[in-house]
Design a binder for this molecule. Sequence first.
Ligand code: COI
Length: 347
Amino acid sequence: MMSKAQKIEKAPLQWSELPFGYVKTDFNVRYYYENGAWSRGDLVADESITMHMAAPCLHYGQEAFEGLKVFETHDGRIVAFRLDENQKRLQKSCERIFTPIVPPDMFRDAVHRVVRANAKFVPPFGTGASLYVRPLILGMGARIGLGPADEYLFLVMATPVGPYYKGGFKAVKAMVVEEFDRAAPLGVGDCKVGGNYAAGLRGEIYGKKKGYPIVLYLDPKEKRYLDEFSTSNFIGIKGNTYVTPHSESILPSVTNKSLSQLAADMGMTVERRPIDVAELPEFDEVGAVGTAAVITPVNLIHYRDRDYTYGSGDDAGPVITKLYNHLSKIRTGEIEDKFNWLDEVEV
Ligand code: COI
């Protein structure tokens, strides 16, 4: 029997060819915060936002966002991956930049509403694509002195996406950028705020000009330990060990957290610790992991005048391949969701 989701006529898109780009969908959902309370939220078709020109999100970057993915499973259900983790992370970002928090029920309700309203844009099972959901919170209203806004907008939009890096599960080359930092030691590097990504553009463009699609930052204090890639976390595989940096200035990636758990479950040793840049030659495989990047294999890291290579040419090594396949199959319901990571959206 067909599920409700399978009966929905899909949008006419080339699902398997989708890049990681913006595709217009039908609705987004908006909640306004005024006089200390959130509104009940409205689904709107408008892709633009009207705000005061003196809004703190525009001047002082009082903005935080999230990214999560929604999939169609092999048996036609629509599921959001680890939505609760994204809510927790947004809550931390909100606390750090002094916005009101988005409570768990409201976050879940917003994501479900936007997915349900855009169900025809959830890519069919087997296409490798997903519906990328972007919640964001913006400090609104007029305030020209430095201080938190009095009014806020929480908006959730959705757009169907394919792989972040060209070629899908194909390796990319990275370089270590020492010239610039993306975050300050006691700043907001561990929060998902737009300013970190603006600060990261300098290194990203510098790397791209030199032919590296992704750059790797070192810790901003000592420039000695690996921090994270411009778009995602670093993981290194050494034999049967999964190593990922411990640092106060990196984003706690939900994908990295999930992969660490899968690795441990597969009998690997998981180490979250400072990783000296001098350790780069010791890894067998390296991956860039995040919601958008999933696990992008990294086959070369350029550091100073050396190139370190990983995996098998353009392809990922065996451990990263195994982790990628396992994660993908959990998200599409082909492997039991034993950690309870999937949240079904009724359509
Ligand atoms: C994500 O992985 O969800 C992000 O927000 C990273 C961004 C560079 C696309």
